[in-house]
Design a protein around this ligand. Sequence first.
Ligand code: FAD
Length: 203
Amino acid sequence: MNDNGKDTEKTIDPQHVVTLRARLQGSVLLPGDEGYERARQTWDAKTFDQHPAVVVLPARASDVQAAVTFAREHNLPIAMQGGGHGHPHPADGALLVNFANMTDVQIEPETATARVEPGATWKEVIQAASPYGLAPLNGFAASVGVVGYLLGGGCGWLTRQYGAGAGSMRSVELVTADGDLLQVNEQTHPDLLWGLRVGGAHL
Ligand SMILES: Cc1cc2nc3c(=O)[nH]c(=O)nc-3n(C[C@H](O)[C@H](O)[C@H](O)COP(=O)(O)OP(=O)(O)OC[C@H]3O[C@@H](n4cnc5c(N)ncnc54)[C@H](O)[C@@H]3O)c2cc1C
């Protein structure tokens, strides 16, 4: 149990973790491993404490697919963490996918489009976009994660002029609960894209 009385004692057979590690380009951390303490922290580490059974730090989309599949195979709850500003529940005893090592941002100035990896915060997007004279539809704190913000709609400095940030979300690379990888946009899955805008984190 942790200080909040939550069950944090779920453990995983280390042999199963060997199998998971072999499937990934990214890292898998168990309690006691170097880096685990950092990887389990959120933005508000002092008041929001969580103790995942295992943390996956993916390096690519197929790592996320492998993590989701592993969690399903081993009946583990699963949690996603981007900027770490908005967790509804601590990921105690869960498989936490922490996107801290996927923060790349690519700007396509011709179409005023940013391609953002799931761990990027608005700070990274602002820094990448500003040399082109572009500004993203970020909120009032640049440390907030891009994906978590957009999944909740996203209201910020430019909302009155351009609408909520989620309205400008054009395409999403999405891993389903079955571990499938989908390209979600207006042409491929318009209903899903609609749901990801605002309803996303709970979809
Ligand atoms: C200091 C502060 C300032 C804020 N300012 C604003 C503001 O100006 N405007 C505004 O609209 N909101 C604001 N928010 C709210 C913020 O947008 C939400 O809390 C948002 O969910 C945080 O996203 P995150 O990625 O940082 O957090 P996280 O805790 O990492 O994620 C939040 C939720 O999104 C899910 N999620 C994140 N990434 C993924 C992913 N890749 N795949 C699937 N699910 C994912 C998580 O599972 C979780 O449920 C602020 C919050 C804080 C703490």
